[in-house]
Design a protein around this ligand. Structure first.
Ligand SMILES: [Zn+2]
Length: 274
């Protein structure tokens, strides 16, 4: 009798584990966005067959860091930078990056097991052609002079996630703490922009003139690319006209952008057992 009861108890414990092996999916888009979101995801899967093998999205970078992101500024300009401008460049970047991170929250909590309520942005380095362009003497950031790649100054490759995707930085003088995940590449005379796992590239004049704007929309769009979101030059999902990732149709993160962003996380989150 006692023995039999014990066996039953063990069987029940085994049948109902305390922690499910795969967490439940939280997925509640507005009904009018279900179809276009489905179209977008199928388009992403067919356009990027290596999607599930690629390990350097912004998602991977934040998860590897356990909740922060580090930047290097590539100052591809001869215009001088005062300490005040340096700090405004950082502050504006933080505000724009936060707009995407806030998309991952619902009532102040991570949506669909997103683990971070805040993702601090640190600028750990500035790259420049000529040291005299940067008008500060303190050592608040690492400074890299005349390390040229793609005809533009860059921070040390030993410190860059793009060049060290295993997350180890043995060739970075400051180690992991001074590594950078993305570059904010600011190019004089440039219109438009580019974005990818390596960071974002936009015009230096555009950025400096937009520092106080609520939405620096080209930067926002390019950050979207760093998290895997696609362009929409040649097609439009059913029933949605205007959104940030459809260049020129919106200048802020819309409800549709928000759900595309969440959908990317939904499809990658099992990398981390979430
Ligand atoms: Zn784009």
């Amino acid at each position: 009798m006692f023995l039999r009861k014990t066996i039953l108890t063990i069987a029940m414990l085994m049948a109902v584990p305390a922690t499910p092996a795969v967490a439940a999916d939280q997925w509640t888009p507005p009904s009018n966005l279900v179809r276009p979101l489905d179209e977008v995801w199928r388009h992403v899967e067919s356009t990027y067959p290596n999607l599930y093998g690629f390990r350097n999205y912004g998602w991977d970078q934040i998860m590897a860091n356990r909740g922060y992101i580090n930047y290097c500024v590539r100052w591809d300009s001869s215009q001088p930078v005062s300490p005040a401008l340096r700090d405004r460049v950082h502050a504006a970047l933080s505000r724009q990056f936060k707009k995407w991170m806030d998309v991952q929250l619902e009532n102040g909590q991570g949506y669909n097991n997103w683990p971070y309520r805040e993702v601090p942005v640190k600028v750990v380095g500035w790259a420049v052609r000529d040291r005299n362009t940067l008008q500060w003497t303190d050592n608040s950031v690492d400074i890299y002079v005349n390390d040229i790649r793609e005809n533009a100054p860059q921070c040390s490759e030993g410190c860059g996630r793009f060049f060290n995707q295993n997350g180890q930085y043995p060739r970075c003088p400051g180690g992991v703490a001074r590594h950078y995940d993305m570059s904010l590449w600011l190019t004089a005379g440039m219109g438009g922009g580019f974005g990818g796992d390596w960071g974002q590239r936009i015009g230096s004049e555009y950025y400096v003139n937009s520092l106080d704007n609520d939405n620096i929309h080209i930067l926002l769009h390019e950050i979207g690319h760093s998290f895997g979101l696609d362009d929409f030059y040649d097609w439009t999902p059913t029933g949605v006209c205007c959104f940030l990732m459809k260049a020129g149709s919106a200048a802020h993160i819309t409800e549709f952008d928000k759900w595309m962003f969440r959908d990317f996380w939904r499809h990658l989150k099992n990398r981390w057992g979430l």
